[in-house]
Design a protein around this ligand. Structure first.
Ligand SMILES: [Fe+2]
Length: 480
């Protein structure tokens, strides 16, 4: 058992000191425990020690308990894909096929590459782009489209990218005096490169970096005759003892009075409950300790919303669905607790409401963007969302905080340019316009938690962004 375990973990790049192996072997399901423990660590150490495991063991065990609950839940019900004027254009629900094998991962990354290469190949700057092996044989300026494997800085301050396409690998050099030297290039993103092959033919010296980005198409949505508005309520976190009852009630009162004629649609982009076993010590911060009761309570709370407002619900990383993205919609066990007219979707999800396309994503990858892209911070989550749009991918970085499921198609690619792009997760509130896309960060209904206080993080709770579907105007309502 010991050797099998060490071998299985080593094949995933996980190394352990002997005492740590001993500790894992004392658990009833050593492999599952290790995976749960790793998912709770902020960063995976090079070699995992006994101390590392001991410090995360309590939360890893609760997490495992939650995983066990999720696993026993039946698959998501064949879902309604329409609700009045709302259509689900695309999400993973009912389409998941992956088992997480190495072949699945190879197929997944190759699908990502193909999709984003398709966008890049249409760019004028990349016309005539060549496969890597052929480009290396050319002595003139070359154009290639590649996926980034690794980014290194040399001791002289140059940057070296290790990149590949479906035919070969090569190195790309960004000289330290290049204007692009401070550009943040993240692992596993797909980029276009214009550069010159070195004399030895072993690397390409970068001149231009091309990102798929959002095409320029003027600012703002083209007005339509819709008179409806859609409101977003992210990170409700029902069950937490920092849930903001009073502010929630203020919001419901507004929906039942002034907002009644204005709001036609309500979208909840994930973390609708606080869940269990999500972070160390969570049990001390719960007002409702049973996860099903948390959902039941929210279902009751949403019954106060006027009946003519259509509700769409998506899961996040605190919710009881698989943590790996793309996440499918809730299973029937949970969705049955809610009013039958509620529409349950996966994460991420493309929706169409009154001819407007909405990309709704819970936003877990914002953590990875912030730790990988210089200049990003939790104070400005919209900037992280802009990085996603530029790279046309919600969560490119594999092996960070965002677990990715290797589906045969990469559902995290931003294939279609949305009118509205909404995310939550980081409990910030704000909106901006990026190349005609309304980018929205949809607040939270939870006050600052002790974990956030410890990290000096200040959320912007109890705000509700409202987008008018006809004009594209955004209002940030404040219920504090
Ligand atoms: Fe979250």
């Amino acid at each position: 058992m010991r050797d099998e375990l060490v071998e299985a973990l080593a094949s995933e790049g996980i190394l352990l000191e002997p005492e740590a192996v001993q500790f894992i072997l004392s658990k009833s399901d050593p492999l599952a425990f290790t995976r749960a423990a790793l998912s709770t660590m902020a960063q995976q150490p090079l070699i995992i020690t006994l101390e590392d495991l001991r410090s995360v063991a309590p939360v890893a065990e609760t997490y495992q308990a939650m995983e066990a609950i999720v696993e026993k839940l039946p698959d998501p019900a064949p879902l309604r894909r329409e609700l009045g004027e709302i259509k689900v254009l695309r999400d993973i629900t009912g389409n998941s096929t992956c088992e997480g094998s190495i072949a699945d991962f190879a197929r997944y990354f190759s699908n990502r590459f193909k999709k984003i290469k398709g966008m890049l190949a249409r760019r004028r700057e990349l016309v005539g782009c060549l496969p890597v092996p052929r480009a290396l044989r050319m002595s003139r300026e070359v154009r290639i489209v590649v996926m980034v494997n690794e980014v290194r800085t040399t001791k002289n301050g140059h940057k070296i990218l290790e990149v590949e396409d479906d035919e070969g690998k090569c190195l790309v050099l960004i000289p330290k005096d290049s204007l692009l030297i401070s550009e943040s290039i993240v692992p596993d993103e797909v980029i276009g490169i214009v550069g010159k092959t070195s004399q030895k033919g072993d690397l390409v010296v970068l001149n231009e970096l091309i990102r798929p980005d959002i095409p320029l198409r003027g600012v703002g949505m083209q007005p339509s005759d819709s008179s409806a508005s859609v409101a977003f309520l992210s990170d409700v976190h029902v069950g937490s003892n920092t849930f903001l009852h009073q502010q929630w009630n203020n919001m419901i009162h507004w929906l039942r009075t002034e907002g009644r004629d204005r709001i036609h649609y309500l979208v909840l982009p994930g973390d609708i409950v606080d869940g269990i076993g999500v972070f160390p010590g969570q049990e001390d911060e719960l007002e409702i300790e049973n996860i099903f009761e948390q959902y039941g309570t929210l279902a009751e709370m949403l019954k106060e919303v006027p009946d003519d407002i259509r509700i769409v619900i998506q899961p996040g990383n605190h919710d009881a669905v698989r943590p790996a993205e793309p996440q499918p919609a809730f299973s029937k066990h949970i969705s049955d607790m809610f009013d039958s007219s509620t529409l349950f979707v996966g994460n991420p999800c493309y929706l169409e409401i009154e001819d407007r396309t909405i990309l709704s994503y819970h936003g877990r990858s914002i953590d990875d963007w912030i730790s990988n892209v210089q200049g990003l911070s939790y104070d400005h989550p919209l900037e992280a969302m802009k990085e996603m749009l530029k790279r046309r991918h919600l969560a490119p970085i594999y092996g960070g905080k965002t677990p990715l499921a290797p589906e045969k198609e990469d559902y995290l690619v931003i294939d279609e340019v949305p009118d509205i792009f909404v995310a939550g997760h980081v409990h910030g509130a704000g909106f901006m316009d990026y190349r005609g896309v309304k980018v929205i960060c949809a607040s939270t209904w939870q006050a600052q938690t002790s974990f956030q206080r410890m990290h000096n993080f200040h959320p912007a709770p109890a705000k509700m962004p409202v987008v008018h579907l006809g004009t594209g105007m955004v209002d940030m309502l404040d219920f504090n």
